[in-house]
Design a protein around this ligand. Structure first.
Ligand code: 4AD
Ligand code: MG
Length: 477
């Protein structure tokens, strides 16, 4: 008899058939009802044991967390809450679980506690739902780009260049710590880190993606990126996955259209395919909200929030307009932001981004045309010579979910900008070549995948949407 997944069994027509299933015990009630879960669905299959037919020694081994192989008859359930159940004929304990020490007890655990048990937390409903949703979103990303004529590209993780110019790179080294090469001042020469050259973990695959866009037309990357910024927030990781499309002959307006269409498409796909998981999280988070003071409660439920994104246009607002709004706004009871926006040119903090999205426009917002001096060197300078064709997509509860731009395609202006920022031309000679040989308008963006998963699941901390989070405080497992 072939073993079926719980998901298959629960959607099966009942024709009184013999079935076989393997999974982990969630609970064993009254020496009679085993709730078995195998990760294929949020739901458990109820396995009904007639204890008189089984050894007591065997029944004692059916503890929360134990791995079982069960054979039995699939029948219509008499009880409420499930359509079918298994009347058990044989039980094989594949792996025992010591109920005393098993960390995942059949009760509600705090997310903090579960973070310390990250290797077991996907045995809970919340975390298995989050990770199934993440997997669906990952597939939806590849589906969207494949169906829209993009080629997938793997960009290097070891690189000499700092794509964002923010100096937030992890250095990697092959140096002999006891006998390092020295520079002319007698200091360790980190420029020789990687077999005689400088090397870091990539912060973004964008520059390499640009090279492929300028030959293959439409490409995207979806891979790990690394940031050595010391931010201990609920939205920052030292290692996260980024999705970066890059398109030749597309300007900033096209980039905004692409970003909006892409996000809507993957969220729609999720709504169509993970209803049970979304419903579970929707209910769980709603109950959690009820314990918060009224003023802090989210105005929308999870599924409502997702539908709101798929059904409404994102509001497009220039940086200059946004600054005017922020200057004239009273965000809270104290009527002040923590960081006051006094003048044009200031960088927005997440409190400003969230105010615009959550309180002012009450919808996703695309901010564009930022001051040149707060954005990266590669962004296309506007005719005003003060702003660049940058865009940030801001989401409720998240703030910045996407950062992107039209790229500077003019060789002389790019060189000027690099010189002003002390970026040596030798380091990016290949990047400059793109502007020398057949240059063209092109654009792209980066979406932080874990931030998308946070939005899609309603989880409040980025550490809870990646299996093993790497942060300044935490790199266990
Ligand atoms: O805005 P960022 O830094 O843009 C870039 O890296 C561009 N090169 C992308 C491009 O145009 N191809 O990062 C892009 C997105 C952010 O909007 C955010 O969603 C996410 O990456 N992100 C992070 N996510 C988690 N932890 C961090 N430390 C993140 N830093 C950025
Ligand atoms: Mg950014």
């Amino acid at each position: 008899m072939t073993t079926k997944t719980v998901s298959e069994l629960l959607t099966q027509d009942v024709t009184l058939q013999q079935v076989s299933v393997k999974g982990w015990v969630r609970t064993f009630r009254a020496n009679r009802f085993i709730a078995l879960n195998d990760g294929s669905t949020i739901n458990n299959i109820q396995c009904v044991v007639d204890f008189e037919n089984f050894d007591e020694a065997l029944l004692k081994r059916i503890t929360t967390g134990a791995a079982l192989h069960i054979n039995g008859e699939l029948v219509e359930s008499q009880g409420k809450g499930q359509k079918v159940e298994i009347v058990v004929s044989t039980i094989e304990v594949l792996g025992d679980s010591d109920a005393e020490t098993y960390p995942i007890q059949p009760k509600k655990h705090s997310f903090e506690f579960l973070r310390e048990n990250a290797h077991l937390r996907t045995r809970t409903n919340t975390f298995s739902a989050v990770m199934r949703i993440k997997s669906t979103l990952s597939f939806a990303v590849h589906k969207y780009f494949t169906e829209n004529g993009f080629y997938n590209m793997h960009t290097p993780m070891i690189t000499g260049s700092d794509a964002e110019g923010a100096g937030e790179m992890f250095r990697i080294t092959t140096l002999d710590a006891k006998n390092p090469p020295l520079d002319e001042n007698g200091d360790v020469d980190f420029k020789q880190d990687f077999f005689g050259k400088e090397a870091n973990l990539t912060v973004s695959g964008q520059l390499e993606a640009e090279t492929y866009a300028m030959s293959l037309g439409k490409v995207y990357t979806f891979g790990p990126t690394f940031r050595a910024e010391n931010s201990n927030t609920s939205r920052h990781l030292a290692e996260f996955w980024m999705i970066e499309p890059e398109v030749a002959f597309m300007d900033l307006a096209g980039n905004m259209d692409l970003a909006e269409d892409f996000i809507k498409s993957v969220i729609s796909y999720l709504l169509e395919h993970n209803q049970e998981d979304l419903k579970f999280l929707d209910e769980r988070l709603f109950n959690e909200e009820k314990s918060k003071p009224q003023a802090e409660r989210s105005e929308m439920r999870l599924i409502e929030k997702l539908k709101f994104v798929t059904d409404n246009n994102f509001k497009r607002v220039s940086y200059t307009e946004a600054i005017d709004i922020l200057r004239n706004s009273k965000p809270n009871k104290k009527k002040k932001f923590k960081y006051l926006i006094n003048e044009w040119g200031a960088d927005l903090q997440s409190e400003h981004e969230r105010f615009l999205v959550e309180k002012h426009f009450k919808c996703p917002v695309i901010l564009f045309d930022y001051p040149a001096n707060i954005k990266a060197f590669y962004m296309r300078l506007n005719d005003d010579e003060k702003t660049v064709r940058a865009m940030d997509v801001l989401f409720p509860g998240i703030g910045e979910i996407i950062g992107g731009s039209q790229r500077e395609e003019r060789l002389d202006i790019l060189k000027e900008k690099m010189a002003a920022l002390d970026i040596p031309e030798e380091e990016l000679w290949w990047y400059l070549d793109l502007r020398k040989y057949g240059t063209a308008v092109h654009s792209g963006f980066g979406l932080g995948f874990e931030r998308l998963v946070m939005f899609a699941t309603g989880m409040g901390n980025i550490r809870d949407v990646i299996p093993y989070p790497r942060t300044p405080q935490n790199a266990e497992f």
